[in-house]
Ligand binder design. Structure first.
Ligand SMILES: CSC[C@H]1O[C@H](OP(=O)(O)O)[C@H](O)[C@@H]1O
Length: 366
């Protein structure tokens, strides 16, 4: 997407043809800085520290990390060890497993001397596929937005609530939940976005707001607990989020707090949509609540808030009493029954196995 009139993606091969450039998302919104990854350790650190985050972007970064590893040692042992190491960086987003399994399957049979070049080629393919998948999610989602706008009699604004960041920063480009928002805005539908701040890492306040502002999409940042109130007062026409792993039955794992938004949406008759790229579907799982591993991150992320102080300097402050105990669950699972529809690159379907197999029939036998 465009940043100060220059096109950027969240990740790209550097001009040297081998190192990898990412946007360091831990510095946004106050500093836009590119960071070069030159080793697999750099890639693993970028994922685990959330310099890059978002299921599709995590998968792409991991395969570039594997390419960096194979430049130095393309042997079987290093291929397996580095893939395992990258897989262990974060447990919830299924794209990480999907991308690394795809890489192992493709690279293992190759002569060692060909593996690095092919890993770079695969990383580039995964990136291009992601951009196209998200563009199509945007187009299918746009039709839902047009219908919602018509349902409002095309008056006022189309008020959309989103949680966390499922924009171009969470993918290679376009985003999943935000792609329909960008396309609706560009199509002249007056979209307004309620942006959940999304404690504790503030992906909404820091990343979604930054993206929407750069694209000129009207929005308001709200505290995570305000969404239900807005829905009760008719201020939300639809909710749309991303996902880190969706089961074949349509259970949606996403940033912590998504489930509570879906409950409020159901209670207030507000449609709840999920932007779902097919690499984020876990076809091996049916019960999301029982089966999806929920990442638990450092409690320090709850206790301490980072930002820019009055002097414009990067700083952090403690918001709890000294020595307290905190827990930091990073995701939750919204049962399929609370999801109005899944927006995939192949179209919109109900959140169910039948719905997903209707769009992905090749998965029926699995
Ligand atoms: C398009 S995936 C976006 C998804 O990833 C985020 O998690 P995190 O920032 O911890 O990587 C969040 O769940 C978003 O909805």
């Amino acid at each position: 997407m465009r940043v100060e009139n220059q096109h950027h993606r969240s990740i790209a091969l550097a001009e040297d043809g081998w190192s990898v450039e990412i946007i360091d998302q831990t510095l946004l919104p106050h500093r836009f800085e590119l960071r070069r990854l030159t080793t697999p350790e750099d890639a693993a650190e970028a994922i685990s520290s959330m310099r890059v985050r978002g299921a599709p972007l995590i998968g792409a970064t991991a395969v570039y990390g594997l390419a960096l590893a194979l430049r130095d040692d393309p042997g079987d042992g290093n291929l397996d060890a580095q893939a395992d190491r990258l897989l262990a960086t974060r447990p919830t987003a299924v794209n990480l497993r999907w991308a690394l399994e795809r890489a192992r399957t493709r690279l293992q049979p190759l002569p060692a001397g060909q593996r690095a070049a092919d890993a770079y080629a695969l990383a580039a393919e995964i990136c291009e596929e992601d951009v196209e998948i998200n563009r199509r999610i945007g187009e299918h989602g746009l039709e839902l937005f047009r219908a919602a706008w018509a349902a409002r009699g095309e008056r006022g604004s189309l008020n959309v609530l989103t949680h966390c960041n499922a924009g171009w920063l969470a993918t290679v480009d376009w985003g999943t939940a935000l792609a329909p928002i960008y396309m609706a805005h560009d199509a002249g539908i007056p979209v307004h976005v309620w942006v959940d701040e999304t404690r504790p890492r503030n992906q909404g306040a820091a990343l979604t707001a930054w993206e929407l502002a750069a694209h000129g999409v009207p929005h308001d940042v709200i505290v995570d607990n305000a969404g239900g109130h807005l829905m009760q007062h008719g201020q939300v026409d639809l909710c749309i989020t991303g996902t880190d792993r969706t089961t074949r039955s349509g259970d949606v794992c996403n940033k912590i707090g998504t489930y509570l938004k879906a409950l409020a949406a159901r209670d207030n008759g507000v449609p709840f949509y999920v932007g779902l790229p097919s690499p984020t579907i876990d076809w091996d799982l049916t019960d999301g609540i029982a089966g999806i591993p929920i990442e638990e991150r450092d409690p320090e992320e709850v206790i301490r808030v980072s930002g820019v102080n009055r002097a414009g300097e990067w700083d952090s402050v403690v918001v709890t009493p000294e020595g307290i105990s905190a827990r930091n669950f990073a995701f939750d699972v919204t049962p399929a029954r609370l999801v109005t529809a899944l927006i995939t690159e192949r179209g919109v379907c109900e959140a169910s196995e039948a719905g997903l197999l209707g769009l992905f029939p090749e998965r029926a036998a699995a």
